[in-house]
Design a protein around this ligand. Structure first.
Ligand code: HEM
Ligand code: NAG
Ligand code: NAG
Length: 504
């Protein structure tokens, strides 16, 4: 393109942004006069504010939370009105709202542009999400031994115990272990051990996120064109996955034909559920693979982050190790690591939950698209088309909820549990308006029971088998990496492992 074409395009884009900002200002004045706004005001306020927010110059979410706790406030986001919901009462309003008013799927659909990046209407019936609860959680006890075996082999292969301290890249190791275990639940052996299938790992989510970002910024009428131009990435990954899934589906169908519907040895994994319970129109290998990858997208990254962060915390705060071992060892000696025995490890549960609290939640969490005008109990109304979010990160770092909120206090939740003699309220999987890691209400993460069992199994195994420490002896935790609104584990730092010194 010639430089004059570029110039024309640039001018057009800037005019579009300026015009949009003026329109937003009008909407604010006419519809949201009474709602607090955080960030620059005036005709181009939204435009300027959006840049400040996205480029990390101003943290309007945290600023608003501190100044206007308990209220609803708007943050500057061009193209859509975004409101942050804070405080117990308003969060309860959100929890109680129906799906046709405030919609998680509406927000994923917009954020991930799923109509273009996955399949049109995929979120009209996200049965694959329901299967997480139905297939993976309900029978957790039954599949636990398998899971534990997978955890143990994954560790022994990826972190072979040595007599001397050996360094392993923390993030890659955390991801590899979680990937193997989740794929075991999703597709089972032998595919879960297939190197090429496992190499798909981040490729799909990267492609998805990048494509979604660009398509999201495109005006609706151009979306199909832009999506198909940018689409190179996703179909390539999808095809690669289908190449592995197709023969497996074939094989399972054949066994079904020969030995009947409940053929002996039929795996109880997500793939079986999709093959059996998906609507007839979604039984193609392509449709099945898309749902597999979509579920993988929800599961793999947050679970790997949680494991990696918990390992960093174990290495950074070694003083917890003896007490955790003192809890775990007698339980394991008596029963081994079982579904029942990990339920008794409440200090371990507390330690991991504290890691999740401190490192997670996201500045923007629990996104909901407003599908019908919605009036909060304080009288404020948000109109159709806008978006509301909570801010898990601010909630998790709020001294009102957690004394010394920025300190890692591994037994914080264990002490509360003991003090109130309440075995349920403070455990990792319990959600509520002060603990947002897994969301809250009807859509709270259905994978959390599974992931809690997994993380505890993994940490218990690590504590029983290895000594762990930071690579540098300075005791400084490798700093998190931030992606605009969410912290993630340090990608380059390593952790040191050796065979536990006094291991018999
Ligand atoms: C530590 C790891 C994980 C974290 C922090 C996490 C967090 C979340 C959060 C915050 C939500 C949204 C809740 C809301 O907006 O109210 C969610 C939803 C979801 N998560 Fe997780 N998740 C984790 C692991 C998993 C795993 C392992 C699976 C699957 C095996 C999974 C499957 C899902 C699904 C299917 C949904 C959608 C729920 C729905 O349809 O209503 N997650 N998760
Ligand atoms: C993900 O795949 C890449 C190659 O595509 C590979 O180098 C990497 O080790 C894989 N990561 C995991 C966690 O398996
Ligand atoms: C990750 O940790 C290493 C070692 O502690 C450090 O040098 C690096 O700056 C950290 N990365 C980020 C993004 O902070």
């Amino acid at each position: 393109m010639s430089s004059s074409t570029w110039l024309t395009l640039a001018v057009a884009l800037i005019s579009l942004l300026l015009a949009r900002s003026v329109i937003d200002e009008r909407i604010i004045r006419s519809k949201y006069k009474n709602v607090i706004s955080v960030g620059p005001s005036g005709m181009f306020g939204t435009l300027i504010g959006t840049f400040q927010l996205l480029l990390g110059y101003r943290d309007f979410i945290q600023e608003g939370y501190e100044k206007h706790y308990g209220k609803l406030f708007r943050i500057p986001t061009l193209f859509t009105m975004t409101f942050v919901v804070t405080g117990h009462d308003l969060l309860e309003d959100v929890r109680k709202a129906s799906d046709d008013q405030l919609s998680l799927y509406g927000s994923i659909k917009e954020g991930m542009q799923t109509d273009y990046t996955m399949e049109p209407h995929i979120l009209d019936n996200p049965y694959h999400f329901r299967f997480v609860h139905l297939s993976l959680t309900r029978d957790l006890g039954g599949r636990f031994p398998e899971l534990r075996e997978e955890v143990i082999t994954a560790f022994s292969e990826l972190v072979p115990p040595t007599d001397d301290w050996t360094s392993f890249p923390a993030w890659l190791t955390g991801k590899s272990i979680v990937l193997r275990v989740t794929n075991k639940l999703f597709v089972g052996p032998p595919l879960c051990h297939d190197l090429d299938y496992n190499d798909i790992n981040d490729t799909y989510s990267d492609a998805l996120v990048k494509t979604a970002l660009i398509v999201g910024l495109t005006p609706d009428f151009l979306k199909p064109i832009v999506a198909s131009t940018l689409y190179f990435y996703i179909p390539k990954t999808l095809k690669r996955a289908m190449k592995h899934v197709a023969p497996l589906v074939q094989e399972r169908l054949e066994k079904e034909r020969t030995f009947g519907k409940d053929w002996p040895g039929k795996p109880n994994d997500l793939l079986s559920w999709l093959m059996e319970k998906a609507p007839e129109s979604d039984k193609s290998v392509r449709a099945i693979t898309i749902r597999l990858l979509a579920t993988m997208f929800a599961a793999y990254r947050p679970a790997s982050m949680a494991l990696t962060q918990a390992l960093f915390d174990l290495a950074t705060y070694p003083s917890y190790i003896p007490e955790l071992r003192a809890e775990i060892e007698p339980i394991v000696k008596e029963k081994g690591i079982t579904k029942e025995s990990i339920n008794k490890m409440y200090k371990l549960d507390s330690f991991i939950k504290e890691s999740l609290r401190l490192r997670g939640g996201g500045k923007s969490s629990m996104p909901r698209k407003v599908l019908k005008d919605f009036t909060f109990s304080d009288g404020n109304t948000v109109y159709t088309g806008s978006t509301i979010i909570a801010t898990g990160y601010a909630i998790h770092h709020d001294a009102r909820h957690y004394p010394d909120p920025d300190e890692f206090d591994g037994f914080r939740f264990a002490r509360l549990r003991e003090a109130e003699n309440d075995p349920v309220r403070y455990q990792m999987v319990s959600v509520g308006p002060t603990y947002m890691m897994f969301g809250n209400g009807r859509h709270a993460c259905p994978g959390r029971f599974l992931v809690s069992a997994l993380l505890k199994t993994m940490l218990a195994h690590v504590l029983m088998t290895y000594d762990v420490k930071l690579e540098q002896d300075d005791g400084v935790r490798p700093p998190d990496k931030w992606f605009t609104f969410a912290p993630a584990p340090n990608e380059t730092a390593s952790l040191m492992f050796r065979k536990r010194a006094n291991l018999a």
